[in-house]
Design a protein around this ligand. Sequence first.
Ligand SMILES: [Zn+2]
Ligand SMILES: [Zn+2]
Length: 276
Amino acid sequence: MAGNSWGRNAVPLCAGAVLGGALVLEVFVVLLQLRHEEGNGHEHKKGQPFPFFSLVFLLLVLGNALENARRFITASPSTRGVMLAGAGQGWDYCYSCQTHVPPRCAHCFSCNVCVLRRDHHCTILAQCLGYQNYRYFLCLLLHGAAGLLFGCLLNAKVVMLLQQEETTIHTVLLLVVPWLMLLIGQVSVPTFIYAFVTDVFMVSFLFCMGFLLFHGLLALRGQTTKEWFEENHQYDLGWRRNLQDVLGQRWYFVWLSPFISSPLPGDGITFQTKKP
Ligand SMILES: [Zn+2]
Ligand SMILES: [Zn+2]
């Protein structure tokens, strides 16, 4: 993602950053306000302990997600600067890049370059998912899902506290159709905001989990999305080796932190195939 592609990528990147930033800020506000809400009307609960562990957990998950997102964007999986010497079996020719390209490599018309072991173009982060950044993509989804679930539970807790006087049906309706409840005057604006953000977190969490499960399964099977559609199993070398190929030699540790070094065993150009 460089040069003239920036203009095209700026809108989704900025929109994602603003939305993500707003949600993160909201969680911090909720986390600190929760003490106040829990203390209301409960004399013995006043002076709730500072939510130290929740804050540390949130900061760890957010830090992990942000650094994985940064590395996903900067670890370019493109063929720019990669020595592609000669054409062999399985190689193709890219008319846009005017060069021979190795197996599993495909041209991305959004990035305007060929991408090694290309999976798909991520519109939200404006970067292709390929050989170099698969690890960061999976870890970003994992930490993103954990952060979103945490934010969802915190917001839901505030909604429950604010709805103490109301019936269960009222609370359920508020969570299912918050806009309708606001329009017919059945809810105050602050309670509506908490309920709406709970829903946004829940939908985003389900979105992240869906992608995580699908791409986790693909990683286990040694396939890209295109190969999955084509039912191509020729690069499936067993789950352990498949995971090593995309997550690196320390595949069992990488989810802990993006700073853990885990060199990829291959070069993104040559791929071992399953013995017939
Ligand atoms: Zn190309
Ligand atoms: Zn792309």
